[in-house]
Design a binder for this molecule. Structure first.
Ligand SMILES: [Zn+2]
Length: 117
């Protein structure tokens, strides 16, 4: 659930490129989300992963990628779009923390990403 009490950083990047990866099978979407380091709490036992988003600060222009099963409900896409706009889940600050880490040292951040970290 999005933490609506903790808005994104005011300098969150605008004008990024939105890239949506649609998958025919949920399993393909899950595999891609996991390759991005995204998993739902307790997955696969307790919850189902409906979609995921990752923000790429190191591309030109910056990109936000969404992975989703084809035909998934509109609320799932709306949720992932909020991540693209910098909103985090309750109990998480992963999007905010990534933006802060990037701003502190863009070169080091992007070199680490290029090395697969
Ligand atoms: Zn989410």
């Amino acid at each position: 659930m999005i933490n609506t009490k903790n808005p994104p950083p005011t300098d969150w990047p605008k004008g990024y490129a939105l890239v949506v990866h649609e998958h025919e099978l949920p399993g393909d979407m899950v595999a891609q989300c996991e390759s991005w380091g995204v998993s739902a709490p307790g997955y696969p036992i307790l919850t189902q992963l409906f979609g995921c988003a990752r923000f790429r600060f190191c591309t030109t222009p910056m990109r936000c990628e969404i992975s989703i099963t084809k035909g998934e409900a509109d609320f799932v896409m709306a949720h992932e779009r909020m991540h693209c706009d910098g909103w985090d889940h309750i109990g998480s600050a992963s999007f905010r923390d990534a933006w802060i880490a990037y701003k502190v040292n863009p070169r080091a951040y992007c070199e680490a990403k290029a090395n697969g970290n």
